[in-house]
Design a protein around this ligand. Structure first.
Ligand code: CAA
Length: 311
């Protein structure tokens, strides 16, 4: 086949996504599975932990119910979305017919490299391998495979069914046809794709995390209290959550780890994490997931109660 035709044929092949595999059934993984299934794709949700898969299906069911109760989805559409998802504990079985794999495992470089090595062996040669990493280098993850041109970042925001953005990150070797296919696919999901290049923090976290860090520094230096800092940003800048509430929502450990990536990656002291953030993470005060951060988080309650430590 002439070279131009081979390339067109490959682009066409890349465009015809039907089966999606999602690796990791945590908060991001279940949200990603939810939006693909709702958009009519067949989804294989894969996690080594069977109990986590059960929990993820329950969460997806609850979030679909929420959409039904708001009139955004019919009962029939909810049933179809749920029927589109099957769960697997065996990665090799789950990805064997996948057109696209979206990895959303824990944010740990060694783990992601290991997963991508396995994906490269188990998934068909044409399968695009995407990662939902919030800060690990796409180029580094891609280099663990023999298909770095088919590896790309697909960074969804939490809560995935609600947030419109997908930050699409080109690794150094990502093919343009792959980027184009992922842009088109993200639009099919009802999302708004933004393409960026692979440098520390990409765009979302390069801008978000210094803002969160500055809010924590303002608290640490006694410029203002938790409520005042968050209210200024909520009412003054129309942010849906103040930066300290958002840090609790994202997880203080995740914020710290992303700031460390920025600090190490750029070698610029402006990214140095605030010592208060470091202390809170060391002590296990991680925000919503641990029950306390800048706020107290009681299960089932939406009330914002500032942590006693900051009153
Ligand atoms: N699934 C489906 N729908 C959901 C949902 C979920 N998990 N969570 C909330 N919703 C829906 C609700 O049903 C509601 O729908 P309607 O507007 O149709 O009524 C809507 O979202 C708003 O929800 P609530 O009324 O319950 O609550 P809220 O108004 O306080 O909004 C929020 C909640 C959407 C989370 C809002 O506070 C918000 O936008 N917060 C900021 C979120 C944000 O910045 N996310 C990015 C974090 S950074 C990141 O993810 C990347 C990273 O790398 C760190």
């Amino acid at each position: 086949m002439p070279l131009a035709l081979v390339s067109t044929y490959q682009t066409f092949q890349l465009m015809s996504f039907k089966q999606i595999a999602v690796i990791g059934a945590g908060t991001m993984g279940n949200g990603i599975a939810h939006v693909f299934a709702q958009s009519g794709f067949t989804v294989k949700l894969i996690d080594v932990n069977g109990a986590q898969l059960e929990k993820a299906l329950q969460t997806i069911g609850k979030n679909l119910d929420r959409q039904v109760s708001k009139g955004a989805l019919s009962e029939g559409q909810k049933s179809i979305a749920l029927a589109n998802i099957t769960t697997h504990t065996d990665l090799a079985v789950g990805v064997q017919n996948a057109d696209l794999v979206v990895e959303a495992a824990t944010e740990n470089t060694d783990l992601k490299l290991k997963i991508f090595r396995s994906l490269d062996e188990a998934a068909p040669a044409n399968t695009i391998l995407a990662t939902n990493t919030s800060s690990i280098s796409i180029t580094k993850i891609a280099a663990a495979t023999k298909r770095p041109n088919k590896v790309i970042g697909m960074h969804f925001m939490n809560p995935v069914p609600v947030m419109k953005l997908v930050e699409i990150i080109n690794g150094y070797a990502t093919d343009k046809a792959v980027t184009d296919a992922i842009v088109a696919m993200s639009t099919q999901l009802g999302k708004v794709p933004c393409v960026v290049n692979d440098y520390p923090g990409f765009i979302a976290n390069r801008i978000l995390m210094p803002m969160i860090n500055e809010a924590i520094y303002s608290l640490y230096e006694g410029v203002a209290g938790v409520e005042a800092i968050d209210t200024v940003m909520k009412l003054g800048m129309a942010h849906p959550m103040g930066p300290l509430q958002l840090a609790d929502f994202i997880g203080l450990d995740v914020c710290l780890s992303i700031l460390n990536v920025l600090h190490d990656g750029f070698g610029n002291p402006k990214y140095a994490p605030c010592p208060l953030l470091v202390n809170m993470v060391t002590a296990g005060y991680l925000g919503v997931k641990s029950g306390e951060g800048f706020y107290q988080h009681t299960a089932g309650s939406k009330d914002l109660v500032v942590s006693e430590r900051f009153r």
